[in-house]
Design a protein around this ligand. Sequence first.
Ligand code: GLV
Length: 350
Amino acid sequence: MADQRPRVWVSQPLFDDTVAQLAAYCDVVATPEITAHDSAALAAQLAGVDGALVTLNDRIGAAEVAAASQLKVIANVGVGYNNLDIPALSAAGILATNTPDVLTETTADLGFALLMAAARRIVESDRWLRDGQWGQWSFTTMLGTDLHGSTLGILGMGRIGQAIARRGHHGFGMKVLYHNRSPLPEDVEREVGARYAGFDELLSHADHLLLVLPYTAQNHHIIDATALAKMKPSATLVNIARGGIVDELALADALSNGRLASAALDVYENEPQVRPELLALRNIVLTPHIGSASLATRRAMVQLAVDNLQAGLGIGPDAGRPVNVVNADLLDSGTARVATSGGKTIIKKR
Ligand code: GLV
């Protein structure tokens, strides 16, 4: 064990009672208010701490950890970790952890909620009604697109994609197609009720397309004008992954020119900014990155991140190998700043 209590920085207000668990084992510096930390602020906070609990707002790479010679573990509160430069953290020997599994079903629920809201024009109807436009009931008001019996396309078939496929297939009788880097094993395909399709086949056959893939440099703007042109004009597009996957201007153009019926976005390329071209459209539902935002799930995510951080620092009830290490090769190669001993991580002496 270390010869002194580790120091931990918490980058955003989370759930105080959960974060308070850390104080039993570490000295904690917690950010009291929601703060957009720029690169210099991150570098200053990370210098001098052993661990950090961060969120997707905190973009951390080589520059931010250059002076953080004690930093051993960054615990991201979120499943996506494109805010972290993993090669840079690995090069510095810093472990990165994330919070998968605990948010799968909640995020799949939101994907489905957005799909229903967009395809059945629920938000648009609400706004129209509140605007006093409902003069008389009419047979053709707010005609939308069915979910039941339609073809659901899923791009990215990890845990959340599979949870969405189950909802579509078992709950709504949808035919489910998916595209992924590699096809799922046949028994998993059968269980979730989905069939593998090529990228172009997915685009052209889907009545509704959900984007659930991790964001990487390779899939930046994978849904661009060319991809959108391959979709049915009657289709719905839902993005609950990361904003950079969709070319937002091309999407706005397709939605305003009748080349795509409707869309829903929970994520944006330049959060929290949302393009005026999107805000101006009626046929798009826009939510502020709330995929995992149920109270129970957000609490579970913070708990898991705290557990990961403590385990990574070799402290607390679960001292040992953190369960959700993103760059686990560090532990295996022995190049992590934490030392492992008998399967347990222990803090290297400073
Ligand atoms: C949220 O977007 C997450 O990655 O957990």
